[in-house]
Structure formats: structure tokens, C-alpha cells
Design a protein around this ligand. Structure first.
Ligand code: DGJ
Length: 748
């Protein structure tokens, strides 16, 4: 009853807000984008999406009404849901399903109180609408100005436990993206423990869905898996301490008939780098609950009186243009409203990285020689990977040195800054600029064979006397500790302030085991984000690249700070087509590091021609080489300057453009992707033939995303209408296995 009063007494304030705030419009007018409030009914309207819910007057619950294509009204429940002991009418489509008085499906929140109860009773209390989008405290989050995004905060309260829960929803109307996070505050006198907290939870109403996720492992990340949503719960997550190679923090629900380019699709992407859980439950009453947030196994977050816990945010996207439509929403949002780096939409320098070419086997003159060759070939950035540091415990193999971030004096007698000076004095061929210098770090790790470990054994994550499991001979530093955060900040600042280093590759090569308590996982993340924030703010001119044994932390949390991520340690071009296409389900191609490596490929042993390898790598925003040019055959070496020139030409379109996956590698012998600049005037088509065919008709490739009425010139030669290119298609002849085309498209 108290709650009903609160709802009613609040109604006039909402009415007032309608007058004052242009973003709060009356419900029954024509379709308005942004946040629309009518009493205690709420709509988040995008150009092509509506997300609607309302307060149930009897229970104070928030009831979900719609998440899908744009609508202007909610359909009331014409008949009560199935009765009986699971029915509980009115509680079956809750925005914030809690535990204990619920609908017997998977809850979004579970809080243990000091008396032992895990029951909560969150009811609507009030709401606010604000222009723009406030940042989340200590967590990465999407951003935008007042014209880009509007935010609705709905405050819920449990009178019995004095716990408050604020649900914060934002809508980016032009992008059809909805973002939600949850904040729980203990307003009582006793401690409570948050055992589960989902960032987003929604009940979709139709019976049949398929679900797509990106699963994988080291060197085979982002494998797309599509399966039917069955009755009961299904899901995945990570309890590795990181988002992980195993499952990406993303899933899509889609109608069984939805394809890459047609049909309804919903995407859910968690802006977080730690352990997480994604759960989908098809219930007995025809609803499918979709949920993603903290992993309950790695939470147990204690809140004293007055303390709060904020969940990471989840971005939910909806499109009627298939899974490709959902991907393009994420790409635009993440390029323009997630990545803070000034390089987010800038052309990236072609680089040469030392790792696959030299590994640990080098000294100063060998590195300088490699840099000279890089400059001669026309690379713009030289990257010194693992192996440059450690004195008492030199990093000459992977069993020593992590934590000792001083250049090894035997390898670099004159220090790293001297090498940097020499390398950056080299003129990059075919350009007026000098070579830039980049350096590898793995700051969150320590080898027991290191001075750091001997001085601070307690800085490594450990659980009392339990053995400290080594993976790749290393342990994880407890980044939750302020002294560890400061150590990392100082170690990197020291090097970056004393040498002209304009790129950092931030690696991370193991998961977390023997954590002292489940809550350390999130505390670690808050510490890590603090470190990222300080360093990227202090060194804004550095191009930061994330890496975790390849794509082990390819997630939106990382992208807030680092505009690119090394996509996979698998540099085999055939595998890379699948890995890059899979990764692009959520992440913009601009964010992908992709390198041309030597053959036979180190991971698969496969030999693929240089041009094909290069064309595949050019589909990533950060194109480069990862080989010793001395090992290239003469005819291959001769191709490199042209390859670099082509990479530099396609890069602005790849970095800033929209991507259309035309043929998928899992379905076709001719995978293809089209990149179109945001205004549609420039495009580049990547088209591959994997296996040789015999006496096979030349396939047609139908383009997408063009203006049917406009005319487009292909490679400056022939001009066709968008309609022809999309409805008839183009034909290109391939020669044997691993042949490829790159075609430039210009709107006439
Ligand atoms: C794993 C990364 O993914 C590689 O690119 C390389 O940097 C190695 N670590 C170095 O140890």
C-alpha cells in the first residue's frame, strides 16, 4: 500500500517533468524518440526500436511491455497469465526479477542480509530523466552528449531491508541502442552481501528463439555458435577472472528464420572485462528471459551501511535487418560512444612487430636491424614485443622477468631510450615521417623468477597457503591493491616519460586462480580500470593496444581505454577470416589488430600466398607485419611496398566505415565483406576464394548497404547503379586456391 501511495503521489512530479524536459513527451502524441514518460509508463524510443515498461499499480513491480520494433503504445494484459502456483499474475515479465517472491525463473539479483534472508522486495519509488548519460563510477561506460543520448533512472526500494536499487536506462535513439546498469545501495544498518547482480534482464514474449554466442579458446577465438533456445536455462560465462577466449561477453537472440541480413535480432553486450554470466531461460509461460551481468561465482560483494555496488552496463541492440544490422549498431556505438582514445576513428600506422619473427632471440643490433628493414619496406611503426626487460632475472625465455620493467642491460647496454632514439631517427620509406616506436608490457603479471616477486611475494594473488598455480610460469598481481596499481602506473610512466614511445601493447597471458575471495575479481577490475584511466589520460598520444594471448580480453571494457586489441595469436589467414568475421559480430573492425606473418604459419603449419594473407589482415583496423623480412622470398619482398600502400588506402574506410558481411566463411567458399564509409560515398570490397574449383560457374556476389538509386564506380572503371550491384551482383574470376580481390567503390 505504501508503494501504491508513493506511485500515485509521484505522478504529478512526472507531469511537471513533462513540461520542463523536452525529452519527456506525452505518451499518446505521435512517435517521439528518446525517453517518453506517461505517468509511470516508460518508453525508450529509437528510430527503429522501442523498449517499454510500466509500474504495476498493485505490486510496485516494474513490468516489461515491449522490446522490439518501434511502437507507440503498450498492449495491456487482456487476460491474466496462466494461473496456478507458478502463475503469479503480474510478476512474470519483471524488469528486475528478484528472489524469494518471484516468478520461479532465474533472478537478476540475490542479496543476502545479515539475518540470512536472501529475499528482496524491490518496488518502484521514483524516477528521473536526464539529458546525456552520466558515467558509471569506476567502470567503463558508453558516453554521448545531450543530443546523442537520454537517460532514465528508475529508483526501486525494498522497505523491509532498506536496500535501494536504481535501474539506469539510456537510449541512443539514432543508433537503436539501449544501455542499462544497476546500482544497489545498502541504506540499512547492517551489512549485506550482493551475491548476484545482472546488468540487464528482459523478458521477450514469443516462444521460439535461436541464440548466437562467440565461443573459443586460445588461437581460435570468436567462433560463432547458433543454437535453439530450449526450455529451462542455458547460458555461458567466464569464471577466469577475465572476459576470456572461452566465451565472449555477448549473445544474440533471434527468430529462427533470421539470417545475416534479414529478420529480427537482439544483441546484448556487456561492457566489462571481468568474470561474467549470460543466462537465457525459456519459461513455461511463453517468455524468454535474457540476462547478463556479474558472474555470481565471482561476486559475494559485501556492502556496509551506506555503501553501493554498481553493475557494469549492458548494451542491448535491436534490428530487423538480421544479425548484420545488430553488428552495425554495436560498431557505430562503440566507435563513437565507447572508445575514448583520440585514435578511435583515426587511420592506424602500418606496423612491424618483432614477436613471430624473432621471439625472445635478439639483442640491440638485431632489433635495430629489424627496425631498419621495417622502415625500408614502408612500415610506420616498429614494435618491440616481449623479451626486452629484466636484469637479475633476464627475460630471455617466458620463465623470468615479468614485473621487472627495466631494460635488460646486456641486450640494451645504452638503455631503451637510446634504442628508441635510434629507431625513431629512421625515415619510413615513401613517407615524410620517421618510424615510430612501440613497446610490449604485461603489467598485471609477475614471474616468481623476478626481483619484484622476491620483494613482494604477497602482491601475487594467492589464497593463504594453497599452492600458487603457475600458468606460463607466471602469477597474477593483485591489482585490487592500491600499492600494486601505483607500482604499475609508476613502472609504465617511468618508461613512457623518458622515451618517445607512441604505442603500447598491453598483454595478459593467464587467467586467475587461487583468488583470496570471490569479491577480489571485481575489486581487481576496478583497480585495473583505475590504472587504465590514469595511464591513458596521462599519455593520450600513445596508441594503446590490448592483448590477452590474442583475443582473451576482446571486450567493450577494454575498448573504453584501448582503441584496438590483438585479435588472435592465430595469424593463419584462413583461420583469421573466421576469427575476424566472428569478432565483428560485436566489435568494430577498427578495433582489430591483424598482421601478416610468415609461412608455414606458426600456429597451423599452413602456407597461404602473401597477397591473400595481406588482404585478410587489411580487414582489421590495425594492419601490420609480424615476421622477419629477411626470410621473405625476393618476389614476396617486392610486393610489400604495394601492400603497404594498399593497406593505407583502405584503412580510413575500414576504421570509420560500416561493415557488411556479404558471404560468411562458414557458409561459403567465397567469403566477402564490404566496408562503406558512414556517408556511403566510399567503399572497399574484400572478396576471397578459399579452395580451387573446377569448371564451376563464376559466383555472383550481391552487395548490400548501397543506395539503389545512386551510381557507383568500381575500381575507377565501370559504373553501375546501387540497385544493379545489390540485386544482380558482380562477378569476379578467381585463380586457384587462396585467391583474393580488393575492389574500391566510389559513389558517382
Ligand atoms: C602473447 C601475445 O598474444 C603475443 O602476441 C605475444 O605478445 C606474446 N604473448 C609475447 O609473450
Amino acid at each position: 500500500m505504501a508503494c501504491v501511495r508513493a506511485v500515485r503521489s509521484f505522478a504529478w512530479i512526472v507531469g511537471l517533468a513533462c513540461v520542463l524536459n523536452p525529452f519527456v513527451a506525452a505518451q499518446n502524441s505521435s512517435y517521439t524518440t528518446g525517453v517518453v514518460v506517461d505517468g509511470t509508463s516508460f518508453a525508450l524510443n529509437g528510430d527503429n526500436v522501442s523498449y517499454r515498461f510500466h509500474v504495476d499499480e498493485d505490486t510496485g513491480d516494474l513490468i516489461s511491455d515491449h522490446f522490439g520494433g518501434s511502437v507507440t503504445e503498450s498492449v495491456p494484459m487482456l487476460e491474466p497469465s496462466v494461473a496456478g502456483w507458478v502463475g503469479l499474475p503480474g510478476r512474470v515479465k519483471r524488469e528486475f526479477p528478484d528472489l524469494g517472491r518471484g516468478d520461479f525463473r532465474v533472478p537478476a539479483v540475490r542479496i543476502r542480509q545479515s539475518q540470512g534472508y536472501a529475499v528482496t522486495d524491490f518496488r518502484y519509488k521514483s524516477h528521473d530523466v536526464v539529458r546525456g548519460k552520466p558515467a558509471l563510477p569506476g567502470l567503463p561506460s558508453t558516453f554521448g552528449n545531450d543530443d546523442d543520448v537520454t537517460t532514465l533512472v528508475v529508483r526501486m526500494y525494498d522497505n523491509y531491508s532498506s536496500i535501494a536499487a536504481d535501474l539506469t536506462y539510456s537510449i541512443f535513439p539514432r543508433l537503436d541502442a539501449i544501455v542499462r546498469s544497476v546500482n544497489v545501495t545498502n541504506q540499512g544498518q547492517n551489512n549485506i552481501t550482493v551475491e548476484k547482480l545482472a546488468s540487464f534482464s528482459v523478458d521477450l514474449p514469443y516462444d521460439d528463439y535461436d541464440m548466437i554466442e562467440l565461443r573459443g579458446d586460445w588461437a581460435r577465438e570468436a567462433t560463432k555458435v547458433r543454437r535453439r533456445v530450449e526450455y529451462g536455462t542455458q547460458g555461458f560465462g567466464s569464471n577466469t577472472g577475465y572476459s576470456s577466449h572461452l566465451h565472449n561477453p555477448f549473445f544474440s537472440l533471434l527468430s529462427p528464420t533470421t539470417t545475416e541480413s534479414q529478420g529480427e535480432a537482439w544483441g546484448f553486450s556487456l561492457v566489462y572485462t571481468g568474470s561474467y554470466a549470460a543466462e537465457v531461460e525459456r519459461g513455461s509461460q511463453g517468455f524468454t528471459r535474457a540476462m547478463i551481468g556479474f558472474n555470481p561465482y565471482d561476486l559475494s560483494w559485501n556492502l556496509g551501511p551506506g555503501e553501493s555496488l554498481t553493475s557494469p552496463e549492458c548494451v542491448a541492440a535491436y534490428s530487423e535487418k538480421g544479425i548484420g544490422g545488430v553488428s552495425r549498431i554495436f560498431h557505430r556505438l562503440y566507435r563513437n560512444h565507447l572508445m575514448k582514445s583520440k585514435f578511435a576513428v583515426e587511420t592506424r600506422p602500418v606496423l612491424l612487430n618483432s614477436w613471430e619473427g624473432l621471439g625472445f632471440d635478439y639483442n640491440e643490433s638485431r632489433i635495430y636491424h629489424l627496425a631498419q628493414e621495417s622502415a625500408e619496406l614502408g612500415a610506420k611503426l616498429f614494435v618491440l614485443d616481449d623479451g626486452w626487460f629484466g636484469n637479475e632475472y633476464p627475460r630471455v625465455t617466458d620463465n623470468a622477468g615479468l614485473g621487472d620493467w627495466q631494460a635488460n642491460k646486456e641486450r640494451f647496454p645504452n638503455g631503451i631510450s637510446n634504442l628508441v632514439n635510434q629507431v625513431t631517427a629512421l625515415e619510413a620509406a615513401n613517407s615524410s615521417s620517421n618510424l615510430r616506436f612501440g613497446l610490449w608490457f604485461e603489467p598485471e603479471m609477475v614471474n616468481p623468477n623476478s626481483t619484484l616477486y622476491h620483494e613482494h611475494p604477497d602482491w601475487a594473488l594467492h589464497a593463504g597457503d594453497y599452492p600458487r598455480t603457475l600458468i606460463r610460469n607466471q602469477l597474477v598481481l593483485n591489482v585490487a591493491l592500491p600499492e600494486v596499481q601505483q607500482f604499475i602506473i609508476d613502472a609504465l610512466s617511468n618508461i613512457l616519460s623518458n622515451a618517445s614511445i607512441t604505442y603500447v601493447k598491453w598483454d595478459n597471458n593467464r587467467g586467475i586462480q587461487e583468488s583470496p575471495s570471490p569479491s577480489i575479481d571485481h575489486a581487481y577490475m576496478l583497480g585495473l580500470y583505475h590504472v587504465f584511466d590514469v595511464l591513458t589520460t596521462r599519455f593520450p598520444d600513445v596508441l594503446w593496444e590490448g592483448c590477452a594471448s590474442g583475443g582473451g580480453r576482446f571486450d567493450p571494457g577494454i575498448l573504453q581505454y584501448f582503441p584496438q586489441v590483438w585479435t588472435s595469436d592465430d595469424t593463419d589467414a584462413l583461420m583469421r577470416i573466421s576469427i575476424q568475421f566472428g569478432t565483428s559480430l560485436v566489435y568494430p573492425p577498427s578495433a582489430m589488430g591483424a598482421h601478416v606473418s610468415d609461412v608455414p604459419n606458426q600456429q597451423t603449419g599452413r602456407t597461404i600466398p602473401l597477397l591473400f594473407r595481406a588482404h585478410v589482415a587489411m580487414m582489421g583496423g590495425s594492419f601490420g607485419f609480424e615476421l622477419d623480412p629477411a626470410k621473405l622470398a625476393e618476389d614476396e619482398r617486392a610486393l610489400v611496398p604495394d601492400i603497404i600502400a594498399l593497406a593505407e588506402r583502405v584503412n580510413p574506410i575500414v576504421v570509420k566505415g560500416d561493415q557488411w558481411r556479404l558471404n560468411l566463411p562458414e557458409d561459403s567458399n567465397w567469403p566477402a565483406a564490404l566496408f562503406l564509409s558512414e556517408n556511403g560515398s566510399q567503399g572497399v570490397l574484400f572478396y576471397f576464394q578459399v579452395r580451387a574449383t573446377v569448371d564451376q560457374p563464376t559466383p555472383y556476389l550481391r552487395l548490400q548497404g548501397l543506395d539503389p538509386k545512386a551510381r557507383y564506380t568500381l575500381d575507377g572503371n565501370v559504373t553501375y547503379s546501387g540497385a544493379t550491384l545489390m540485386r544482380t551482383g558482380v562477378q569476379y574470376k578467381f585463380n586457384g586456391e587462396y585467391d583474393s580481390k580488393v575492389v574500391f567503390i566510389e559513389k558517382a
